[in-house]
Design a protein around this ligand. Structure first.
Ligand code: ADP
Length: 450
């Protein structure tokens, strides 16, 4: 197992920092997105409220100004357009209901002001025709005033006075200020929340990627290790051959056959690696043909019979039920053949005496194929790992048997690609049983057996 554990070295740290950077970038993108979205909507809300408040104030101002203008006309008529302040009664009570009034003659002279110094706060109006509304600051009263400046023309004399009516808008301004503070506070809290959520969400999103990255790295490390061994053996045997350069081929048959066996192993290993690499990149297409599993099992038995015979094992096949249509599945014939070969080949490989039995049966919506042997068995602690890539119970022995540790990983992928699964049971020293379950089309084609 030791070679399967990746050394946490420089590459591990580099990989770690790669994911930390990716996590930071994802979080930054999320926070930036939330902040921009919030700023835009908060600015729109504030602008809209500001406009609404001001337009309400201005409407109120115009309504309030009407009687003041009327009184101003009276005042001006009494005093003469150029008359002086203090003639007649004041047009309004100063500051009543927060309303401030200044009346000026055409010359700019103040005819009336509702509070002392108010005319200088309002300023000399620069009118070009119509009315004007503006906001002024009154430092003395520590308030903000919205001021309507309205010229009033006398039709008979063509003279005019200017009426300025101001309203204290401190309450509305402070309401808007409060809204601004609320929007800023919510914005800051939102940004902090987005930061935290972004951090945790990106962490969660990256976890499966990090895991599969780690698996891939493990796979490459294991594959290089596995490829190096046969190459080293071939090289060693060729070295021996070279040192026996004078001898005949017959004299050196041992080295040659060693090299050939390793070359064969190398071919199988690269084939298996290629198969798994293709499954990882989802390049492998699984056909969905009508396939008779009884026919495939017969072919597998015929193909592996000589192997079993060589070891003095009996290889038997039994069909529970008889009619072969009971064992029909939808799938890829070639892949299903490969799956069965892997399981039966393992059974023969890891059995020294006794038998290997194949049993086909129906189990509810599935075709079930049990492959039982009387071999060495698998230790309990190994049983849960045997489907992992490059996992071998006893490395030296299984390597000597020609195993690559990839067979069951491929078998499991084939079963799962058919929505099926493989179960395994074993008793060390007694034997093992692998059961393949594949969904049967007649009852439920797409049923997953997981
Ligand atoms: P290998 O090429 O080494 O056989 P597999 O992936 O096919 O690789 O099997 C993984 C490991 O599972 C084997 O190395 C062996 O230890 C164990 N194994 C698989 N099938 C059997 C079996 N029928 N009996 C005993 N051990 C088995």
């Amino acid at each position: 197992m030791s070679q399967r554990v990746l050394k946490a070295g420089r590459s591990g740290r580099k990989e770690g920092s790669l994911f930390v950077t990716a996590r930071r970038q994802l979080t930054a993108i999320l926070v930036a997105f939330v902040v921009i979205l919030y700023l835009a909507s908060a600015a729109a809300i504030y602008a809209w409220m500001d406009r609404l408040t001001m337009s309400e104030i201005d409407t109120l101002l115009e309504v309030t100004a009407r009687p003041v203008i009327h009184r101003a006309l009276l005042l001006a008529a009494t005093a003469g357009v150029t008359g002086s302040q203090g003639v007649g009664a004041p047009p309004m009570q100063s500051g009543s209901g927060g309303t401030y009034v200044v009346v000026r003659a055409a010359s700019g002279a103040v005819l009336y002001e509702s509070a002392p110094g108010l005319s200088s706060v309002f300023g000399t109006p620069q009118l070009s025709g119509g009315a004007l509304i503006d906001t002024v600051f009154w430092t003395q009263g520590n308030a903000q005033l919205r001021v309507l400046t309205q010229p009033v023309i006398f039709p008979d004399t063509q003279g005019f006075v200017t009426v300025q009516v101001g309203m204290n808008i401190e309450r509305q301004v402070s309401d808007l200020r409060l809204l601004r503070q609320v929007l800023i506070t919510v914005g800051i809290l939102g940004a902090v929340a987005a930061l935290l959520i972004g951090f945790f969400a990106s962490n969660r999103a990256l976890k499966p990627i990090a895991r599969s990255w780690q698996r891939q790295r493990q796979f490459v490390a294991d594959a290089s290790h596995e490829l190096r061994t046969p190459l080293a053996v071939i090289q060693a045997n060729l070295d021996v051959l070279l040192s026996h350069a004078q001898g005949s081929i017959l004299d050196n048959l041992e080295w040659l056959s060693n090299a050939k066996a390793e070359a064969r192993r190398l071919t199988k290993l690269t084939d298996d690696l290629l198969t798994l690499a293709k499954t990882d990149s989802a390049q492998t297409q699984i056909r969905r043909d009508t396939v008779d599993m009884a026919g495939i099992a017969t072919r597998v038995v015929e193909a592996l019979e000589p192997l079993a015979e060589m070891k003095g094992l009996s290889l038997q096949m039994e069909q529970v039920g008889g009619e072969s249509e009971r064992f029909v599945v939808q799938g890829d014939e070639e892949r299903l053949y490969q799956l069965l070969v892997i399981i039966v080949d393992n059974a023969i490989k890891y059995t020294e005496t006794g038998s290997v039995r194949l049993r086909l049966s129906r189990q509810r919506a599935a075709v079930r194929i049990d492959v039982a042997d009387t071999g060495i068995g698998i230790k309990k602690e190994d049983l849960e790992h045997v489907f992992e890539r490059f996992y071998r119970g006893d490395k030296a022995r299984e390597r000597a048997q020609g195993g690559t540790g990839l067979g069951l990983a491929i078998a499991q992928w084939i079963a799962e690609a058919h929505n099926g699964r493989i179960l395994s049971r074993s008793t060390p020293g007694v034997g093992s049983e692998f059961s393949i379950l594949l969904p049967a089309p007649s009852t439920d084609t797409h049923a997953s057996l997981k």
